[in-house]
Design a protein around this ligand. Structure first.
Ligand code: DLL
Length: 444
């Protein structure tokens, strides 16, 4: 093989991306073939899956078309917790070479295992994602996702290395050092949560480093919900192109979906991770184009295959052709998780709607906190938002006008009255990983 095969600058797409462009008909055949094998494999090896299929009277040979996937039972985080740590593993321990875990909010973590082949396919997925962001050999990636049991650090690390990028495995935190490395190494791409990148932009300003003048050109941001308004802020402040990367521990980690350079939704690597949208209450499948809960089936994983895993993430599958030519379908940017939804005086409110409302005003800085409380049996919603210091020297009337404008902009989206409190820059907590935006003080 030509030793420069992987670095062939003349190829119209990076060779690793070839599966993104498989014609749709072939892709469906491949998915069906893989699904049938997966169901047989899992039915033989995972007792909980077998028991749930038997309860429904479903046998592996009943899966004759892709639509028949709806015959199969769904799995959820609770199933992983109930079978902690290894109850859903399909491969013997002698074949497992890696664990990752996600801490969640309460109790025991959920644990996933990988065979050598699982690690290869995960690397392939991450490589395809980074290639879709236009990255390749010659790029220097500062990987500021946390290393350890969290999948962000090692997941991005392996894929980026295999794609030929030079990786700076800095992990999360130690913000001053991050800025130093970014500048001294001539870093061209960064991966971290969007909220941590905002913190890095701020820290760079404080150190007198102008990010716009650095060679940094691409950000690969995910692991938490963020909005297009946030993307615009990030791109303007740092002069980079910001890509949305999606994934979850249970499915493999980062690399389940990625934006291409057209930024019109996230392409799902559906030859490995088969997506469906279902009604979150009834689990009835919803057609492409309708919003609902995203569920995934890992078509090729060995150690811990997941069949119809409920992500709790809300999205829509978009089948409109993408200008990049990829045939793999897209999902709309994740709006929220069903369990992040706040019910305020009976109205459903998602934190991302609040973010979109407040960032519509250029005077609002992208640092905010949402506080929900109950006064006299009535839910109260408060949004604290930082504004530039010079705004506080404006006349009282001006500040009051800005406060009212922000409240009105949020109200227009969520249809619930909101109290806005303007605070000085650098007063709200910053995150090094996933941001915690909401404090709910209501009695449970
Ligand atoms: O956050 C994996 C990951 C690492 C993804 C690095 C991207 C980059 P978990 O900790 O298991 O795994 O959290 C998964 O995070 O179900 C979503 O609710 C949320 N999430 C992940 N990516 C995005 C995104 C990693 N791009 C959970 N937009 C998922 C919105 C996201 N939410």
């Amino acid at each position: 093989m030509n030793p420069n095969y992987w670095n062939d600058q003349n190829s119209p797409v990076h060779p690793i991306s070839a599966p993104d462009f498989i014609p749709a008909k072939l892709l469906r055949e491949l998915q069906l073939h893989r699904l049938q094998r997966l169901v047989e494999y899992t039915y033989e090896r995972v007792s909980l899956f077998r028991a749930r299929c038997d309860e429904r009277g479903v046998k592996p040979h009943h899966v004759r078309t892709l639509k028949d996937i709806a015959l199969l039972p769904c799995f959820s985080k609770a199933d992983l917790r109930d079978t902690y740590p290894f109850g859903l593993f399909a491969a013997p321990m002698k074949d497992i070479v890696r664990f990752h875990a996600s801490s969640g909010t309460t109790g025991k973590p959920i644990v996933v295992g990988y065979t050598p082949n699982d690690l290869l396919l995960w690397s392939e997925a991450v490589q395809r994602c980074l290639a879709a962001c236009g990255l390749g050999a010659g790029d220097i990636l500062q990987n500021a996702y946390g290393y350890g049991l969290f999948t962000g650090g090692l997941g991005l690390h392996q894929g980026a290395t295999d794609l030929g990028l030079a990786v700076v495995p800095v992990s999360g935190g130690n913000t001053d050092r991050q800025i130093m490395l970014m500048r001294d190494f001539g870093v061209t791409a960064i991966s971290c949560t969007p909220s941590y990148f905002l913190h890095l932009i701020e820290a760079a300003q404080q150190q007198g480093v102008d990010m716009k003048k650095l060679p940094l050109k691409v950000g690969v941001f995910g692991a938490e919900p963020w909005t297009d308004e946030m993307r615009s802020r990030i791109e303007a402040e740092a002069a980079i192109e910001a890509f949305d990367i999606y994934g979850l521990t249970e499915i493999c980690g980062p690399g389940v979906g990625i934006e291409c350079r057209h930024h019109c939704g996230l392409h799902i690597l559906e030859d490995h991770f088969y997506p469906e949208i279902v009604d979150p209450d009834t689990l009835e499948p919803r057609p492409d184009g309708e919003e609902g809960e995203l569920i995934f089936t890992t078509l090729t994983k060995q150690a811990m295959p997941m069949i119809r895993y409920r992500t709790r993430d809300l999205s829509v599958i978009d089948t409109e052709p993408c200008a990049c030519g990829r045939q793999i379908r897209r999902i709309r940017r994740i709006k929220a998780r069903t369990d992040d939804m706040l019910i305020i005086r009976g109205v459903n409110v998602f934190p991302s709607q609040i973010e979109a409302g407040l960032l519509a005003l250029s005077a609002a800085l992208p640092h905010y906190a949402i506080i929900v409380s109950r006064v006299d049996n009535l839910d109260q919603l408060e949004v604290q938002v930082e504004i530039p210091r010079e705004k506080f020297s404006d006349r009282v009337g001006e500040i009051e006008r800005l406060r009212a404008q922000i409240a009105e902009s949020i109200h227009r989206i969520i249809n619930v009255a909101v109290k806005v409190t303007l605070v000085e820059p650098n007063t709200l907590p910053r995150s090094e990983g996933k941001a915690k935006r909401v404090t709910d003080l209501r009695p449970k």
